[in-house]
Design a protein around this ligand. Structure first.
Ligand SMILES: [Zn+2]
Length: 154
């Protein structure tokens, strides 16, 4: 059995390891993934030393791969996260989360006077004005939203 050194956690047979999560955000990542549940084994490591980031969180999920929409949400609160897909103890795919230039239909605008918080049938849209850390600007009212505020919505 191979032990991938960089993961610093016990290997899993099949599933996903989300590495390089912004420290103390692992529990929000679990919330996005609607975990834990009764059937899924999840291991969480928080504030692990990282040569790249100082400290980071790691989430290991057995028997589960992520949907693109879930990865998009994780990118909003953990923009440095890497997604490792494990099959038969090997990393078969390693990718970084990727934020697009616009975020649609994931978050609400915190400005109560924004048109998106009225009955008008408009699509909620944010421009991504910063990626590390994430900064969003409402397309309609220009309200700025930063990571802590984004995290609070999950
Ligand atoms: Zn707005």
């Amino acid at each position: 059995m191979k032990t991938p050194k960089e993961l610093k956690v016990k290997p899993i047979k099949n599933g996903t390891v989300i590495d390089h999560i912004t420290s103390n955000r692992a529990l929000s990542v679990l919330k996005i993934l609607e975990l834990p549940n009764e059937k899924t084994t999840v291991t969480v490591a928080m504030n692990v030393l990282s040569s790249q980031m100082g400290s980071k969180d790691i989430v290991k999920i057995e028997g589960r791969e992520l949907a693109p929409k879930e990865v998009d949400k994780i990118a909003l609160i953990a923009p440095s996260a890497t997604i490792n897909i494990i099959r038969d103890y090997e990393i078969v795919e390693k990718s970084k989360v990727h934020l697009l230039d616009k975020v649609k239909d994931i978050l609400k605008c915190p400005n109560p006077n924004c048109i998106t918080n009225t009955d008008e049938p408009v699509q909620i849209k944010f421009f991504v004005t910063g990626k590390k850390p994430v900064v969003l600007r409402c397309y309609y009212c220009e309200r700025i939203m930063e990571e802590d505020e984004i995290e609070a919505q999950f």
